[in-house]
Design a protein around this ligand. Structure first.
Ligand SMILES: [Zn+2]
Ligand SMILES: [Zn+2]
Length: 301
């Protein structure tokens, strides 16, 4: 956004483009589209295309959480190599979706280990087999079931699986000293979520996953979100977790009332807002509505 504004300003100031300005414009356009925002001395987020990446750089190595797409993860690797002379100890996947794992492949021969929940690995394999993209994958070589607690690369970090939510393999990744938790796609900040029922997602369970997150982590924790609506941050606090949890509750109760009134799925999909959660605007409302309708009609049969 800032860059676009700069270019417009540069253009508006002259009757024509002078050579120096042409060169300036060319340089601006060549600048990488990615953005790095530090969250402290040794941790930051990388955003370009796909789910937000978190990285933590220590004296003994680098840990990254999620990988976006191959081009993006290469940008990340190149950038972190400039900032730290340390090896890439570990790549963690919050879940299997390709906007978080397609970039794993750039870490082949670079990261010592890849870690994810056991269901994330299964889901990644299932999708890759179905789409015949197995040769483009780098799979986790380490998996866990409910909690993973470790000290590595000089960091103390933990992964938690609190049950089905956005998929059936979402990890919450906690860096204790830094006070940061990557939520993966368990929070869509003010943006309608994708609910992957084909990979075991469950909205009702997702609500309790967020309860467990709010209980587990200290109040001052900085949470990283996979996605946010235009104009909103991909980091936030427990207040944002609570707001998203309320959205999910409103989504379920709105859909349940609709079903109880004997109305059809088609009628439900005409809704343009989830009552009680007007902050969630923009496109994609049909995704959570369809998922809620399917979840509620599947359990009441
Ligand atoms: Zn995502
Ligand atoms: Zn996802």
């Amino acid at each position: 956004m800032q860059r676009r504004h700069f270019i417009t300003t540069a253009l508006a100031g002259t009757g024509g483009l002078l050579l120096a300005q042409q060169q300036l414009l060319a340089a601006l356009l060549q600048q990488p589209a990615y953005k790095i925002t530090m969250l402290g001395k040794d941790a930051g987020i990388f955003t370009e295309k796909g789910g937000t990446i978190l990285f933590v750089m220590g004296k003994e190595g680098i840990i990254t959480v999620d990988a976006q797409f191959p081009e993006q993860s290469q940008h990340l690797i190149d950038e972190l190599k400039k900032r730290s002379g340390q090896p890439f100890r570990l790549l963690i996947n919050t879940h299997h979706h390709y906007d978080h794992t397609a970039g794993n492949i750039s870490f082949k021969g670079v990261a010592e280990h890849v870690l994810a929940h056991e269901n994330s690995l299964k889901n990644q394999q299932n999708v890759a087999i179905a789409q015949k993209t197995e040769d483009k994958q780098l799979y986790p070589d380490q998996t866990y079931g409910s909690v993973w607690n470790e000290k590595a690369a000089g960091f103390s970090y933990a992964l938690y699986y609190f049950g089905a939510g956005h998929t059936n393999g979402d990890s919450l990744v906690h860096f204790k000293k830094q006070g940061i938790v990557h939520m993966g796609d368990l929070v869509f900040n003010r943006r309608h979520p994708f609910v992957d029922r084909s990979a075991g997602a469950n909205i009702n369970s997702w609500i309790s996953v967020l309860d467990k997150a709010m209980q587990q982590f200290p109040d001052k924790t900085v949470f990283v979100f996979g996605h946010a609506a235009e104009g909103y941050q991909v980091t936030g606090s427990k207040t944002d977790l609570k707001a998203f949890q309320t959205y999910l509750k409103n989504l379920l109760s709105f859909t349940a009332a609709h079903i109880a009134a004997g109305k059809s799925k088609e009628e439900l999909l005409k809704a343009t807002e989830i009552p009680g959660s007007p902050e969630w605007k923009g496109d994609g409302i049909e995704r959570p509505l369809t998922a809620a309708y399917e979840e509620l009609t599947a359990t009441t049969k």
